[in-house]
Design a protein around this ligand. Structure first.
Ligand SMILES: [Zn+2]
Length: 644
């Protein structure tokens, strides 16, 4: 067929260019400069886009946000680069109401078709274009139940006065609010003009305002190319407080001072990150603290991390989450996983980087506590996955075709990825590994990376066929084999060893009042991580009496620290400690962070009484959760899709 012939001809041309000149510097006129030549023909199993034919390079977005109808009415003008033979451009959409499509400056509507809707991927929007087409303009509106968007009523916010809108586009939900080529391997710049109700402020993953605008119209500019999953919008009664020349915090007015206190170390954190792996490339680094229904701990939207309020512990003890989101400014946002099968490239590197930032700021013992907790999470999850018949998903390189890419958001990508990189560091030495990482971020900035390409890069620049203390067989074992290698790094924390010894003495009958004094509690002698280790290591056959004894002394049931509370509530369900159930109910209704929700509901489902309680609470709590959380929990609890 003709089309195939042309593709083949281009492929040959590219092979020629690759071998005859430096592909990164070559400027082939018709070539798509957006995707690097080497991964031009990689297929993203979660996008309909065919960037080989026509690829987007820029988005101009004009939108009106309507809280009454829960819709966004918008015009998306996409700049495109086409191949000589291009007759169509394919975009990803999900549930969008497409009204009109025109090309370039014309007013005449062009023909298009919407493909069949897939449960996860949505529908392909196939638009007829010409090889010389430069811009495609799409008028559309979003559906009230668009999966990326959460519309919160005033009661669901801290201030209780104004509504709030937040988006979560990762992994493949950007297509539910913007028609776009929704693949992490395709990057574009964007400008936006967003109209919101007067009195509210809009923010995006772009250059942002710091003050409310009287007419409710906000303009945005993102000049660095990003993939669609990093598109983000938040609208609400929001204030800003600067923390340094290039960092600051946004939150509802009632929360902004509390947030500024919690993140006062932010500038030091950015400086620590830069000293490790090179300059911060996104100009500003701000954080927005969202209402509690935000489904993740944080989302690394460029220039503006979206964060859960559950990290506002009041004592700056949970800020490693911010180190994680900041680290994504290098791993993920700068060097991006090419498809969701390569998700560990985003998250494993980020956890490694996060621990290094925390080590730099608070010392090795602090980061070793983080690493020990990560190993506990990882071992627990690997066991559970193998028991559940998900052995294949315990490999770093995933196969998510035909599935929801969210299935890959497990400890494997994060913590197995971390221990893999730490294993390399321990084998080749820190100095060499740091040099390698710095160069990796620099050379691959604003590009996407596949696992296979990374393996080659690693061998060429560090492993050198086993000459540097680690073999390629070992590397490939970590990436392509299930489970955890026996020879894996073993974090050690003296602080955790002390916690273990206190626990042992307590288990042997000593009272907790003797072991932990009122003074220790008042002075916060133990950090959040030590308490987490303590709670997680409680004996399996603990009695109600023992739980009461701990709770009377340590008041876990009323903890204001979300991590400590969630760990304690899990133990409470396990041991049917009814005194904590009011707290459990209120926590589940008011918090939408999936990381806390999933283990608590899963623990309840283990008994018949627990099942009844879980369903009763879920019925009440579900309207407060984002789609990302309900899609996991509906499956877990066996709820039908539309059961409200
Ligand atoms: Zn992350």
């Amino acid at each position: 067929m003709l089309k195939k012939y042309y593709y083949f001809a281009f492929f040959i041309l590219f092979q020629f260019l690759l071998t005859s000149c430096d592909s990164e510097k070559s400027e082939t006129k018709k070539a798509n400069t957006n995707k690097s030549a080497t991964n031009m023909f990689e297929n993203d199993p979660h996008s309909y886009a065919k960037p080989q034919e026509a690829v987007i390079t820029h988005l101009d977005w004009e939108a009106t946000v309507d809280f009454d109808t829960k819709t966004i009415d918008a015009l998306a003008s996409l700049s495109v680069e086409t191949w000589e033979v291009a007759t169509k451009i394919i975009l990803d959409t999900k549930g969008l109401n497409i009204k009109k499509i025109t090309l370039d400056g014309g007013t005449e509507e062009v023909t298009y078709s919407l493909g069949d809707e897939d449960k996860h991927m949505g529908s392909a929007l196939i638009i007829n274009i010409l090889p010389e087409t430069k811009t495609v303009n799409i008028s559309y509106s979003t559906a009230p139940d668009a999966e990326a968007i959460q519309w919160l009523n005033p009661a669901q916010t801290a201030g209780k006065r104004s509504p709030f809108l937040l988006t979560q586009s990762e992994a493949i939900l950007a297509r539910s609010w913007i028609p776009i080529q929704d693949s992490p391997g395709i990057r574009f710049t964007y400008n936006a003009k967003v109209k919101v109700p007067k009195g509210l402020m809009a923010l995006m993953s772009a250059k942002n305002p710091t003050k409310k605008n009287i007419n409710g119209i906000y303009e945005f500019e993102m000049t660095q190319p990003i993939p669609a999953y990093l598109l983000a919008l938040a609208v609400g009664d929001i204030s800003f407080m600067p923390l340094s020349d290039r960092t600051g915090v946004y939150a509802e007015p009632d929360l902004v001072s509390k947030a500024a206190y919690e993140f006062s170390d932010l500038e030091n954190m950015v400086a620590a990150a830069e000293s490790l792996y090179g300059p911060y490339q996104w100009e500003r680094y701000d954080i927005i603290v969202l209402p509690p229904s935000f489904p993740f701990g944080g989302m690394e939207n460029p220039r503006l991390t979206f964060a859960t309020p559950t990290i506002l512990a009041g004592d700056r003890s949970l800020t490693s989450l911010i180190a994680h989101e900041l680290a994504h400014s290098w791993s993920g946002n700068l060097v991006t996983n090419d498809t969701w099968d390569d998700f560990w490239l985003n998250e494993g590197f980020t956890v490694y980087f996060e621990h290094r930032i925390m080590e730099k700021l608070y010392g090795r013992d602090y980061s070793e506590m983080l690493a020990s907790l990560a190993l506990q999470d990882l071992e627990k999850e690997v066991d559970a996955m193998i028991k559940n018949g998900q052995k294949e998903d315990t490999k770093l390189k995933l196969k998510l075709k035909g599935r929801n890419p969210d299935d890959g958001m497990t400890s494997i990508a994060y913590d197995k990825g971390y221990f893999f990189l730490r294993n390399i560091e321990e084998k080749v030495g820190r100095e060499k590994f740091d040099g390698f990482l710095k160069a990796y971020f620099e050379e691959n900035a604003f590009k996407s990376m596949t696992t296979e390409k990374f393996v080659k890069y690693l061998n060429r620049n560090l492993v050198r066929n086993g000459k540097n203390g680690i073999t390629m067989a070992e590397i490939k074992g970590w990436i392509y084999q299930p489970g955890l290698p026996k020879d894996r790094p073993k974090p050690h924390s003296d602080k955790f060893a002390k916690v273990d010894s206190v626990l042992n003495v307590w288990k042997n009958g000593e009272s907790i009042r003797t072991l932990i004094s009122q003074k220790d509690i008042a002075n916060k002698t133990w950090s959040t991580h030590e308490w987490l280790h303590f709670i997680r290591s409680l004996p399996k056959d603990m009695t109600i009496k023992q739980m009461q004894e701990l709770d009377r002394r340590l008041n876990f049931t009323n903890s204001k620290n979300s991590e400590i509370l969630a760990a304690w509530l899990e133990q409470s369900i396990r041991h049917d400690y009814k005194w904590a159930y009011n707290s459990l109910k209120s926590f589940l209704i008011n918090t939408g962070r999936r990381k806390f929700l999933t283990p608590l509901y899963a623990e309840m489902l283990k008994t018949e009484d627990g099942k009844i309680m879980a369903n009763r609470i879920y019925k009440k709590a579900r309207p407060n959760y984002h789609f990302v959380a309900t899609s996991t929990l509906d499956k877990l609890l066996g709820w039908e899709e539309d059961k409200e």
